[in-house]
Design a protein around this ligand. Structure first.
Ligand code: UD1
Ligand code: CA
Length: 462
């Protein structure tokens, strides 16, 4: 059985944030989400996260993400070895299993690398297998020290290394496979006798080698997988790598991204082939987009379902569903559980909130459709407003199929407009309109001939 411990107790001083470091975001998701996903994808089903600094933030996030994840509190935070010591009960319960331990601040570690390291771990009957990679920037890393024959000896933290050791460019990823009972053995022997006075998890390598156990390092080909972030500059590097990885994989699946400038797409987003994504477009959360759409430029979509051949030009769409062939934009906002049915057209400066808009309905400009149930083939004139809020309560408007709503109409909710009803421009509708009726709700026009000559209302008028 595979299980995992994720280290997430550190403060991350160099991030200069009040939040725990693992909550710092890569493509709008906390780093720890990626680590949890990688661990699950690798098949570890029992997961324990070590929390510490501002633990309630990490615990709150984890319980909303996956309530099965366990946590163990590390207070105070005395190093990565000390962090793992807080999970003794979890480890004891898994003493006969293989335990994966990872840093919560390494979001690029992937299931494939974890599983290859696991195979290597089992083939060599190792007590400990760590993942390493050859890196260019050796600043701050744990250096993997081998003897002249390449046999593993120990890990030397950068702060403890001498000038010669600092040149070693094989870096410890912070991802390890341990045999459960050997991990317990090592934890009993880790001390804080080092430059940082911390209990280093990395010391368990030398401890288990001295015990005569098998130990190995799985050197991964993809040296980006091991990158972590200690400050905002490194976080930006991780964002760029993640963004490139996600965009590349979408393009290989047939998504058309001619220019990736400003295109940030979340890892869990699904996009159909031959959909085109234009610059400055952010697509996040559990969003699904069909085939043949044109999304962007300058569009933001979160947690929404978009059908096939939909056009979203300069739109913001959240928690909503937009069906096949709908065409929105520019400058459109669709939110709060709205549904735009097939072939709907929503034009510039229109907002749709918590409303269902029926097939073929058109709202071309300057309109607010809030808390409304709109039928098929309705025509909204420019400047229509559903007045859904009376200062205390929100109410709904219902608009029947084929209704024609003249420009600058106010619909004072709750109100019902019948099928094929016709509303004169400038009306303020407070009462229900029967099917097929004309409704005029405005003051009658009065023209006063010669009034300007008599009144002389203008400055300098003779
Ligand atoms: C660690 C490794 C180093 C490796 C590097 C890879 C040790 C001693 N060093 O160094 O060999 O090259 O990761 O990124 O392990 N944490 C706790 N409690 C603590 C301290 C840290 O939970 O008391 C957590 C942090 O939240 C973080 C992870 O452990 O997610 C790693 O801690 P960090 O301080 O970033 O270790 P590094 O110095 O990067
Ligand atoms: Ca780190």
């Amino acid at each position: 059985m595979k299980c995992a411990i994720i280290l997430a107790g550190g403060k991350g001083t160099r991030m200069k944030t009040d939040a725990p470091k693992v909550m710092c975001e890569v493509i709008f998701e906390p780093m720890i989400k990626y680590v949890v996903d990688a661990v699950k994808d690798a098949g570890a089903d029992d997961i324990c996260v070590i929390t510490g600094y501002k633990h309630e933030i990490v615990e709150g996030y984890l319980s909303s993400y996956d309530s099965k994840i366990k946590t163990a509190l590390q207070e105070p935070q005395l190093g990565t070895g000390h962090a793992v010591m807080q999970a003794r009960d979890f480890i004891s319960a898994h003493r006969n299993d293989d335990i994966l331990i990872l840093n919560g601040d390494g979001p690029l570690m992937d299931a494939d690398t974890i599983n290859k390291a696991y195979d290597y771990h089992k083939q060599n009957s190792n007590a400990i297998t760590l993942i390493s990679a050859i890196v260019e920037d050796t600043d701050g890393i744990g250096h993997i020290k081998r003897d002249e024959n390449g046999v593993l000896e120990r890990i030397i933290e950068h702060k403890d290394a001498n000038e010669e050791q600092k040149k070693i460019n094989e870096s410890n990823a912070g991802t390890y496979w341990f045999n459960g009972s050997e991990l317990l053995y090592a934890l009993d022997r880790i001390t804080n006798n080092n430059a940082q006075n911390e209990y280093y998890l990395t010391d368990s390598l030398e401890i288990l080698i001295k015990k005569g156990m098998n130990a190995g390092a799985y050197v991964c080909e993809n040296n980006e997988a091991i990158l972590g972030a200690n400050d905002r500059k490194q976080l930006n590097i991780l964002n760029n790598i993640m963004r490139r990885n996600i965009n590349d994989s979408l393009m290989l699946d047939g998504v058309d991204i001619q220019c990736t400038d400003g295109v940030m797409i979340g890892k869990d987003v699904n996009i159909g082939s031959s959909t085109r994504i234009l610059p400055n477009t952010i697509i996040l959360g559990n969003t699904v987009i069909g085939d043949g759409c044109v999304i962007g430029p300058n569009t933001y979509i979160k947690d929404s379902e978009i059908g096939n051949e939909v056009i979203l030009d300069n739109c913001k769409v959240t928690d909503s569903k937009i069906e096949d062939g709908a065409d929105c934009g520019p400058f459109v906002k669709v939110r709060a559980g709205s549904v735009l049915k097939k072939g709907v057209h929503i034009g510039n400066f229109v907002e749709v909130k918590n409303s269902v808009v029926g097939e073929g309905t058109k709202s071309a400009h300057l309109t607010y459709i809030g808390d409304s149930d709109v039928g098929k083939n309705v025509n909204f004139g420019c400047g229509t407003v559903t007045s859904n809020f009376d200062g205390k309560e929100k109410s709904r408007c219902t608009i029947g199929d084929g209704a024609f709503i003249g420009c600058n109409t106010n619909l004072i909710a709750p109100v019902k407009v019948g099928e094929l009803a016709y509303i004169a421009a400038g009306s303020t509708i407070t009462d229900d309109i029967p099917d097929e009726a004309l409704s005029v709700a405005r003051a009658k026009q009065v023209n006063k001939e010669g009034w300007v000559a008599r009144k002389k209302p203008y400055k300098n008028q003779k």
